[in-house]
Design a binder for this molecule. Sequence first.
Ligand code: G4P
Length: 526
Amino acid sequence: MKYEKEINRRKSFAIISHPDAGKTTLTEKFLLFGGAIQTAGAVKSNKIKKHATSDFMEIERQRGISVATSVMTFEYEGFLINLLDTPGHKDFAEDTYRTLTAVDSVVLVVDSVNGVEDQTRRLMEVCRMRDTPVIVFINKMDRDGKNRFDLLEEIEKELNISLHPMTLPINSGKDFKGVYNLHEKNLLLFAANTKTEDASAIIEDLNDAILDKKIGENDATILREDVELVDGVYGELNVKDYLKGKVAPVFFGSAVNNFGVKEMLDTFIRIAPTPRNRETTVREVAAEEDKFSGFVFKIHANLDPKHRDRIAFLRVCSGKFERNKYYKHVRLEKDIRFSNPYSFLARSKDIIEDAYPGDVVGLFDTGNFKIGDTLTEGERFYFTGIPSFSPEIFKELVNKDPMKTKQMEKGISQLTDEGVAQLFTQFGGNKKIIGCVGELQFEVIQYRLLQEYGAAVEFRTLPFYKACWLTSTDNKKLEEFLRFKQQNSAEDKDGNPVYLAQSEWFLNTEISNNPDIQFHFTSEIH
Ligand code: G4P
């Protein structure tokens, strides 16, 4: 195994959270520990604060920021860590879902005041689909949050995952005194904005009176009871179960105060998976294989409006990626090479010579790539498990300038390749239907079609709420259904049949009326 050493020192992960739970703050602390940045405040949040703004320059600017900080690579304790950023704004959720296909594990941030929020639920669903190992960080313990056990119960129930507390908090809000590390068996005392390492006290025996002295008799008693309870219920963390995505270790802390973050990072280093094997349409590809393979999970366009360049984000899955070497673009059946691939070191983009499994490489692209494309050293396969999710808002694309039909078609085809939106074509009618997760994307599409392709379009709202991909072993039944439901059926970009449901009621009725047809809420890109 030629590249074992490189592979075993890499850990690639993403931080996910509902907006405002503290993802940006936590990212920054990680980078500080990794020495990738020197001062707090260096990481800019990429969230789009305004909703449905018509200030597109702002969107573009925000997009610019998000590409610069899309992947942050830093070293910590001899490991090379790739932290993949995910957009917090819910309108860009698809982007986040796809980024999750490129990581080997996830840190989930939960706000101790708000508990489990909408966005968290959906992101966790994606992690569960892929059995992604998850570490949970319960943030903002310096605020009056929910009771620690209520929080654990809520997360377990709402996110349908078993938790394993690694630390236990002593109170919250202004009475927050710190966390007890169940694994290290030491107490970390909380003092806002200080170097917390100095404050940590090792307490080998919880019955030691020093505990009462440090946190007061009352809280010491509660902590002893908590620890007894938790030890009795959970015992030692089973790392294998974590790696299978069955159990998630939990830490309590306060990101803004840099409290409890190092404990989590140290555990992350110890247990988080190195690049894992990946399924393809043909066989499982092991990270350790000599031959290079990788796939595109994100495409970012229009960094420089004058050049209309795109950057394809490639996750290396096996072997070694090398600059200027020819690789097979499986879908296009053509060999291509890259003279300026770059890596994403926290501050600047650097041209790189090579990359290993777990790394993300930025490839300049003039329109060759779409999401899910695979590069290999000759073998033909696609990586699987890169899903498309049903959009939530559907609009008909109306061409305002028939002279520009060609430009519009090209533009919408490229934008949907990038994954900005999904395109459905109604059977029979040829109506173009654009499906997005959020309103913001329609504005982005309209703006970009005009700016980049000179095509003026508008949108007409359609009464659909979900798209379901249809399969059946009985082709005749499927064809019949599609003919009968012409108003509600369409094909996606790859020609797969889709049912567009007006409401949950309609959908459930069709599901029960058509037992021979399977309705899928996601579709595999390959
Ligand atoms: P996000 O990326 O998940 O959207 O969240 P972000 O880190 O931007 O944090 C959202 C807000 O929560 C920020 O305040 C941040 O300072 C605050 N925050 C993060 N961690 C903690 C914590 O442990 N305790 C408390 N009390 N607050 C925390 P903001 O006012 O929105 O922004 P800023 O002006 O402070 O940057």
